[in-house]
Write a protein that binds this ligand. Structure first.
Ligand code: NI
Length: 183
């Protein structure tokens, strides 16, 4: 089982690597990492388990956050019914379309690799289409909006060595907040 300490901290240079395309079939190591990522993200959003195992809550993780420089990510998205989740595993994801409209997380984005409070906002596309492959190498397409769209953009950034803090304007962290819609 993954613990919060197993996730790389922002000081770790590996988080700055551009991850490599994945070839199929997936290795046993990658299959195992995906299983652990799903389990961590799900448990961390279930209050009792998060408390019991001291898991920092998170809805998304990229392989590089476990030190694996490969292009895949897992997102576990809580549904309207509390503690029910939809899980996305996308290998070699690319954003194939995105909305003009931009939104941002009003309280600020979070990241399992950033363990400090960060002020500021990041305008992200309100709706995107992500294409890639599932664990078996079958092509998949996900249409994401709102919070889920932001999660995909945040995780795909990780695959390119970018952390959310990099996208915040250092001098004016709340710049343009009136131009975009807060969620
Ligand atoms: Ni992150």
């Amino acid at each position: 089982m993954l613990r919060t300490k197993d996730i790389l901290d922002e000081k770790d240079k590996r988080l700055r690597m551009v991850s490599k395309e994945v070839e199929f079939p997936l290795s046993d190591k990658d299959m195992e990492a995906i299983k652990l990522m799903k389990e961590y993200l799900t448990n961390s959003q279930i209050e009792d388990l998060a408390e019991k195992y001291k898991l920092r809550p998170g809805m998304g993780m990229a392989a590089i956050q476990l030190g694996i420089p490969k292009r895949y990510l897992v997102i576990v998205h809580e549904q309207e019914i509390k503690e029910t989740f939809k899980t996305y595993v996308v290998i070699n994801p690319t954003i194939t379309s995105s909305s003009e409209e931009k939104i941002y997380v009003e309280e600020g984005e979070g990241c399992l690799s950033v363990n400090r409070p960060v002020d500021g906002i990041i305008p992200r596309c309100a709706r995107i289409t992500v294409e890639g492959f599932d664990e078996l190498g079958k092509p998949i397409k996900v249409r994401a909006r709102e919070e889920l769209a932001i999660a995909f953009q945040h995780e795909i950034d990780h695959l390119n060595g970018i952390l959310f803090v990099d996208r915040i304007d250092k001098k004016h962290p709340f710049k343009d907040s009136d131009k975009y819609r807060a969620i």
